[in-house]
Design a protein around this ligand. Structure first.
Ligand SMILES: Cc1ncc(COP(=O)(O)O)c(C=O)c1O
Length: 443
């Protein structure tokens, strides 16, 4: 059906089965973005909507950034696609080097994927294959955490701990166990930054390892700061403890940094921010500013080199994607990393963090607010659920925010905010001013 440019909402919405969306509700009252620039989206009805979520935690440099747009244009006209297996092209190597240079020091090798979910699957597979490669073939178990989000593929939902993402999809991977989540509202509500209580929850890993035997466990995967479950900060000392226990038992530690990578907490990666070094880091989203799908797994030399044996003409790792290191994605990635660096966006996030913190905690006395959490340029505002109708109150806040020209995200009854790192103080004032009004008017 032709698109009428004066009213750019297609008149047939039925074919597109939308992801993680209330399809029937949406199609009755569609919400469409038709363009974006800087901190704003433009809606199909001509309004400018302030982006409080960097799209989906991914447009860290804001929208329509000239360097990135130009890099994509040029690359499309120069080399559109090159086979990813047994062939190369320069930009994928350049991007891997740039990524290695900005990553925490032990991360020396980069495996490209096309999304956070694929990065997770890749890291889990590398972990098991690595253990086998070093003669620890009994180590096949994977340990995740309750409330963890690691994308939507089978490995990711198996180690993940979000019930609705798991329960409809059968028996999942076998040999998986979960740490307890770290949400302790009775002790930690309204913490600024890392909460005081909960480091001891990492000791549960000792119990799980003892239950299964350390010689059966390949890896532990956690988000250093859990985003999609509703913004849960790691308690002070928790990540350090996980690192000690995994190291003691020869278990790999994977940080899923799909959200925390690329400046969200004010450092390149959360591993640097918390000064805890995992063995692998998964990333995506901010790698290309969300503009072109791309993800990556960063791995230590030790992991990489364990595969580099046998005849030189033999493939070392039987894994990869048609679009691993795609030329246009690589060009977008290079331009994105340059933009972050030229504009000092990670430092900017760190500088703005105290202002952001005060602004979000100013909502503390608004109706329905039962907890507020923040770090870097991220915040979670937890609302008291309506009895018998969980998620309804937060979803209603989301709809009202959209009507009032701000984009927020909700997960369960939690409002999650993660603006582009180019945000200015006046945008922060607008965002929280409007949110306060919305909360005051909510049922
Ligand atoms: C920590 C984490 N891992 C994995 C993913 C999945 O990424 P994608 O949606 O690109 O597959 C996400 C997405 O939000 C995430 O937050």
């Amino acid at each position: 059906m032709a698109l009428d440019r004066s009213n750019p909402v297609p008149n047939d919405l039925s074919a597109f089965w939308m992801p993680f969306t209330a399809n029937r509700q949406f199609k009755k009252t569609p919400r469409m973005f038709v363009s974006a620039d800087g901190m704003y989206y433009k809606t199909s009805d001509g309004r400018d909507v302030l982006d409080g979520t960097a799209g989906l935690w991914c447009c860290n440099a804001g929208h329509n950034r000239p360097k990135i747009v130009e890099a994509i244009r040029q690359q499309a006209g120069e080399l559109d696609y090159a086979p990813a297996f047994q062939m190369g092209h320069p930009k994928a190597f350049e991007l891997a080097t740039r990524l290695r240079d900005m990553a925490p020091e032990p991360m020396e090798h980069v495996f490209f994927t096309n999304s956070g979910s694929e990065s997770v699957e890749t890291a889990l597979k590398i972990a098991i294959a690595y253990q086998r490669a070093i003669g620890q073939g009994t180590r096949t178990r994977l340990i995740g955490r309750e409330r963890g989000y690691h994308g939507v593929n089978f490995g990711g939902i198996s180690v993940g701990g979000i019930v609705n993402n798991r329960k409809f999809f059968g028996s999942l991977l076998t040999g998986v166990d979960h740490l307890p989540h770290t949400h302790l509202p009775a002790k930690n509500a309204f913490s600024r930054g890392q909460p005081e209580h909960g480091a001891e929850l990492a000791d549960e890993l000792e119990r799980i390892v003892a239950l299964h035997g350390p010689e059966t466990v390949a890896a532990v995967i956690v988000e250093p700061m859990a985003g999609s479950t509703g913004v849960l900060m790691p308690p002070k000392g928790y990540l350090q403890r996980l690192r000690e226990i995994t190291r003691k038992h020869g278990i790999l530690l994977i940080f899923d940094e799909v959200i925390t990578g690329f400046g969200r907490l004010g450092s390149s990666f959360a591993a640097d921010h918390f000064d805890v070094m995992p063995d692998m880091i998964t990333c995506a989203k901010g790698l290309t500013n969300g503009v072109i799908p791309m993800g990556a797994v960063l791995a230590t030399k030790e992991i990489h080199d364990a595969f580099m044996h046998g005849p030189e003409e033999a493939i070392e790792l039987f894994h990869g994607y048609t679009y691993s290191g795609n030329p246009i994605a690589s060009a977008a990635g290079l331009a994105t990393l340059e933009t972050y660096k030229e504009e000092g966006l990670f430092e900017r996030a760190a500088e703005l963090a105290p202002y952001w913190e005060d602004a979000v905690h100013s909502l503390r006395d608004c109706p329905h607010v039962i907890d507020i959490r923040n770090m870097g340029l991220i915040a979670g505002i937890e609302l008291d659920p309506i009895a018998g109708a969980p998620t309804k109150r937060a979803f209603s806040a989301f709809l009202q925010a959209y009507e009032n020209d701000v984009l927020i995200r909700t997960t369960g009854d939690i409002i999650a905010l993660s603006p582009p790192l180019i945000i200015e103080k006046h945008h922060i004032d607008t965002l929280f001013g409007k949110l306060a009004d919305i909360l005051k008017g909510l049922d």
